[in-house]
Design a protein around this ligand. Structure first.
Ligand code: NCD
Ligand code: ZN
Length: 347
């Protein structure tokens, strides 16, 4: 196959930041995506509908082309979130989902949840409203090995929540393990998962063997090769409950290449060419549209996009390798292989 037309993709997990970084990175998502679910871990976090509405306006204002891209907003869940705020978010149409960060688990998650019992009334309201819960699925506990934190979260936090709220729509974000794949496969229609581009490409050796590579460090951290293969098999199968959430997370190189480097891979620029390459290499091009354009919209109960993109055999190696903002560099994720597909936007 040399050319393929698919519905324009959606990104169900995206960090755009704000201010100058927002302006610098937004065109990278606008180029290939019709919509994205925008993460609320700003400083201060987006905890109210008013803040989300303002943030949404600033994203729309920063677009390079009017109406080319639709930001779908999330609220940052805290132990103090009011059910009335969620009702307002749904009534006004501003809020698409709520994001649960275990306190301290990742970048700007200090205001997240420590005591899960405290959010039960909120989860009840969300169930009634049909408002989906996106979870950063890792415990933040010094006694738990970092490579085990996803599984321990599923067993000790998520499973009890699901038992109690079986009708609540939950998305486990950026899954990294075979255990998570198996859990979602058995979870029924109200449980979905996003998979990132980078977790389909790298395993933990890529971060640590032969030198430490800070641009491959993200949270949840990439796991073993059998885990990557389980993610790859599931994503390329086109199965309904799994969909793309790039977790593209811009950080300046000075913050990443440091004695205490921060977590996040910046993949907005080249996710679609990388994924097309991966699906082709796994003889699964016919399932690409399910993974990048259809499954997420179905899970969130939203309409499919009306615009299309055309993927053509060509060369995407000319995409930017870094984004400059305030004279500082944001490195684009390097998949470590050539990209033999280019993306053309069609309407
Ligand atoms: C994200 C960020 O930088 O905001 N980092 C990351 O490694 N993925 C936060 C997150 O989603 O964990
Ligand atoms: Zn994220």
């Amino acid at each position: 196959m040399n050319s393929l037309q698919i519905i324009k993709p959606d990104d169900w997990h995206l960090h755009l930041r704000d201010g100058e970084i927002l302006k610098a990175v937004l065109p990278e998502s606008e180029r290939h995506f019709a919509r994205a679910l925008i993460m609320p871990n700003l400083i201060p976090p987006v905890t109210t509908v008013k803040q989300a509405s303002k943030y949404r306006e600033s994203i729309i204002k920063a677009l390079t082309e009017k109406d080319s891209f639709q930001p779908l907003m999330t609220l940052y869940l805290t132990e103090d979130t009011k059910p009335s705020e969620l009702k307002l978010g749904v009534q006004t149409g501003i809020i698409t989902a709520v994001k649960l960060y275990p306190a301290g688990a990742t970048t700007n998650s200090q205001s997240g949840v420590k005591d899960y019992k405290k959010i039960y009334p909120i989860l009840e309201t969300m169930t009634d409203l049909g408002l989906p819960l996106c979870v950063h699925g890792e415990v933040n506990n010094d006694s738990i090995d970092i490579f085990d934190r996803e599984l321990v979260f599923i067993e000790t936090v998520l499973d009890p929540i699901r038992q109690r709220f079986p009708k609540l729509k939950i998305i486990i974000e950026h899954i990294t393990t075979k255990s998570a794949v198996d859990y979602v496969n058995e979870g029924g229609k109200n449980l979905g998962a996003t998979i990132t581009t980078h977790h389909l490409v790298i395993n933990r050796n890529n971060i640590l063997a032969g030198g430490i590579r800070p641009h491959y460090y993200c949270l949840p951290v990439a796991k073993r090769e059998p885990d990557r293969l389980a993610l790859l098999e599931t994503a390329t199968s086109g199965k309904e409950n799994f969909f793309l959430g790039t977790d593209s997370a811009p950080h300046f190189d000075t913050q990443k290449e440091s004695a205490c480097g921060c977590a996040g891979c910046f993949t907005a620029t080249n996710s679609i060419p990388i994924l097309t390459q991966i699906f082709e290499d796994n003889s699964a091009l016919e399932n690409l549209e399910n993974f990048v354009s259809k499954n997420g919209a179905i899970f969130y109960g939203l309409k499919q996009n009306k615009s299309y993109i055309t993927l053509k055999k060509g060369n995407s190696n000319n995409l930017p390798q870094n984004i400059i903002c305030d004279k500082k560099n944001i490195t684009v994720f390097d998949p470590g292989f050539e990209l033999n597909w280019e993306v053309q936007t069609t309407f």
